[in-house]
Design a protein. Structure first.
Length: 262
């Protein structure tokens, strides 16, 4: 019950009164609690805000733990990218997601863009790779018309692009497409950015492993297979021939003066 009462001062204050019948006493009593409405409303607002932050923190921790497990069992860059796109859809709430890799040229590694790139070749402005998180929404007046048209064509409301950073190098990005105005929400931005930081570390490790493996098997000057890889191919071929009772031929070519070729 909300009432107004005079406090002896030349103004009335709004108050909230809670009443409860106390049945445990010998004499029937009514317990009354009186709250000044502005103060009580403020306390309830603070409590709701604290509960919301606690829920968001718990959800964020759970999502990042699941992501760490998924990335940990990924053996290739493609698997990491696929896991990142799936987590963006299932745990972040994106309608669809796309992972781009920036390795000499930008390529779509996992997921999909929900509109035809041929129809919107400049969406988003600056391309799919950015050093900072960027968000677009159909409801924001400053959103670029091309992006609004692209989102409208896919019946989507917002787009968030977060970078995959290895130090200061942008190795890729994650694009999340939402059916709600979620892209600019601080919680969503921070969660997606944290996921990208995790994924970028795993991608950097896998890329380094691939580079080391290539150095062990290929000549760094010519890019040709070295003796280790040659022996591996010969051993594999011999085993295949032995199991299939087939024939095997090995051709050896010697190039005179090859070292003088620059």
């Amino acid at each position: 019950m909300r009432v107004s009462f005079c406090s002896g001062q030349p103004r009335c204050l709004a108050a909230v009164i809670n009443a409860r019948l106390c049945e445990t006493s010998e004499i029937p009593l009514i317990d009354l609690a009186v709250f000044l409405a502005p103060e009580r409303d403020g306390d309830e607002g603070s409590l709701r805000a604290a509960q919301r932050r606690a829920t968001e923190a718990e959800t964020r921790t759970c999502v990042l733990q699941n992501a760490a497990a998924a990335f940990g069992i990924s053996d290739s860059i493609d698997e990491v990218a696929g896991a990142l796109a799936r987590i963006a859809r299932e745990d972040v709430g994106a309608e669809t997601a796309a992972v781009f890799l920036n390795d000499r040229r930008v390529q779509l590694l996992a997921g999909a863009v929900p509109f035809d790139p041929e129809s919107f070749p400049v969406v988003p402005p600056g391309g799919w790779i950015s050093a900072e998180s960027r968000a677009w929404s159909r409801s924001i007046a400053t959103t670029e018309p091309d992006v609004v048209a692209a989102l409208d064509s896919a019946d989507l409301e917002s787009l968030l692009i977060a970078p995959l950073l290895r130090g200061r190098e942008v190795v890729g990005s994650l694009a999340c497409f939402f059916s709600r105005e979620q892209a600019a929400d601080p919680y969503t931005v921070e969660l997606v950015s944290a996921l990208c930081r995790q994924a970028a570390q795993v991608l950097a490790r896998l890329k380094l492993q691939a580079e080391l493996a290539a150095l062990a098997l290929y000549d760094p000057l010519t890019g040709l297979a070295n003796r280790i890889l040659l022996r591996s191919h010969i051993s594999s071929s011999v085993q295949t021939v032995g199991s299939e009772l087939a024939s095997l031929a090995l051709i050896f070519i010697d190039l005179d003066g090859f070292k003088s070729i620059q």
